[in-house]
Design a protein around this ligand. Structure first.
Ligand SMILES: *Cc1c(COP(=O)(O)O)cnc(C)c1O
Length: 445
């Protein structure tokens, strides 16, 4: 038995500790993302969410202008998605994919093959966009290893790219301006091409000039290049650079000429964000490998799919076990994620989300294109994405609070204020977002 003495002193030190925890904001049990914890101030607490609205602990509601990092495509607390999740949970929430089949995961793979661009016939599941990209890169390298080619070990990426936060992903994010530049030199060294210029409708000359850089790199280094990875048409977290489908068509032709695989990271662009179901649908081609996440599960649970062409898949078929793809995240093909994903696609098709996205695009263009201010470099819109680029990131200081006070949740980063709303947003709600984005520039100072 403990003496009262010991007990007291333990109690005392415990109290001191927890008092300190509350008094000192440098102490937080929860470590938040992309944040200097020393200065992090969090005043907004979500207690409920419905449709496009987040309800805060003070009772106020905010329109979510960015779909919780671009994934809540169908809105919050969707009755049919909730039901799909409950129905699956009552059968089984999870079962391993190693050595066991289940119909939910198989049906989701079949559906993804059906709706994605031609030729992508095989689906490898994993648990997040970053892991999906890791899988794509590993698959591309092994595609060549399995054919006895051990020279093709490098990846080509675009400047301004963002492909996730894990090691291989960091190696293909923008090396100079990207948030992972500190790790440059430790992560595998890759090749970078300048970000394509000229926007969605770039002139032939602009595309040709950009493609000439690709051609030059391939002519010099193709023997060491396994794959090119790009976010097709819309570079997201690297700064909302929008570029031409013609660039992608020509990139694919050069890849084929040089025996290089083409990987499309559609983690952000997939499921309607650029105005078509996939950004690839704006082009005449299909990539060899495509990565989906974010909208894949409508923001309910984390999941990703890496799809491969038959040509890629067949390079792993062999009598030799050594040629198998040695990868298998514990939660891959999670039935809850797959049941929700299946239902999300059903709703997307049934309720004609592409028409809703067209309406969103029309409103964003009307509201944002042509909006001018001395601080603004450019405004850009593609599909259900609208961004304002300013000259100096300092210009954003205070905008998050400003927007919240007016009932909108935004999270600007670097030089960009943007919206990527849930597709269920009404025209009035969307105009409220764009009005707040614009009102920031004419606020009294
Ligand atoms: C968000 C994102 C990722 C990473 O996905 P996570 O699920 O956050 O790991 C990768 N690529 C692109 C293009 C993204 O937008």
């Amino acid at each position: 038995m403990q003496t009262p003495d010991t007990n007291d002193s333990q109690l005392c030190s415990h109290q001191e500790h927890s008092n300190q925890a509350h008094a000192n904001k440098e102490y937080s049990q929860l470590w938040y993302p992309y944040a200097q914890m020393k200065h992090l101030e969090l005043n907004l607490e979500v207690v409920e969410a419905n449709g496009v609205y987040l309800t805060m602990s003070d009772g106020k509601s905010l329109i979510d202008g960015i779909s919780s990092w671009w994934c809540v495509t169908h809105g919050y607390n969707h009755p049919e998605l909730n039901q799909a999740m409950v129905d699956q949970a009552q059968k089984f929430s999870h079962v391993m994919l190693g050595g066991l089949k289940n119909r939910t995961t198989e049906a989701f793979a079949e559906k993804l093959v059906e709706i994605t661009p031609d030729g992508l016939n095989h689906v490898f599941f994993s648990d997040s966009g970053s892991v999906g990209v890791e899988v794509a890169i590993k698959m591309a390298l092994q595609y060549f290893f399995n054919q006895g080619n051990h020279n093709k070990t490098r990846i080509v990426a675009l400047e301004r790219a963002y492909h996730g936060d894990t090691t291989a992903c960091m190696s293909v994010c923008d090396p100079a301006e990207g948030m992972h530049k500190m790790f440059h030199g430790i992560t595998p060294e890759q090749f970078f091409l300048p970000a394509p210029t000229g926007g969605f409708s770039a002139s032939e000359e602009q595309v040709n000039a950009d493609i000439a850089r690709v051609d030059a790199l391939f002519n010099q280094h193709a023997s060491t290049i396994a794959a090119v990875i790009v976010e097709p048409l819309l570079q997201g977290a690297g700064g909302f650079n929008i570029y031409s489908p013609t660039y992608l068509n020509q990139l694919k032709a050069l890849c084929e000429q040089h025996n290089i695989l083409l990987i499309f990271d559609e983690v952000a662009t997939g499921f309607g964000r650029t105005g078509k179901l996939f950004a690839t649908n704006h082009t005449d081609i299909s990539p060899d490998i495509m990565v989906l996440a974010k909208g894949l599960t409508a923001g309910y649970v984390g999941h990703a799919a890496t799809l491969a062409s038959t040509r890629v898949y067949e390079a792993f078929l062999s009598d030799s076990p050594a040629k198998a793809f040695m990868h298998g995240p514990t939660f891959m093909g999670n039935p809850l994620a797959c049941a929700i994903g299946l239902k999300a696609i059903e709703i997307f098709e049934r309720d004609d989300y592409l028409t809703r996205i067209q309406t969103i695009e029309d409103i964003l263009k009307e509201e944002l294109l042509g909006f001018e201010h001395e601080e603004i470099v450019e405004t850009r819109v593609l599909g259900a994405t609208g961004a304002i680029e300013v000259k100096d990131a300092k210009h954003h200081q205070g905008i998050q609070q400003f927007a919240a006070e007016q009932g909108v949740w935004l999270r600007p980063f670097e030089r960009y204020i943007y919206t990527m709303p849930p597709y269920v947003i009404s025209p009035e709600e969307l105009r409220k977002i764009t009005h707040v984005m614009k009102a920031w520039f004419s606020r009294p100072r």
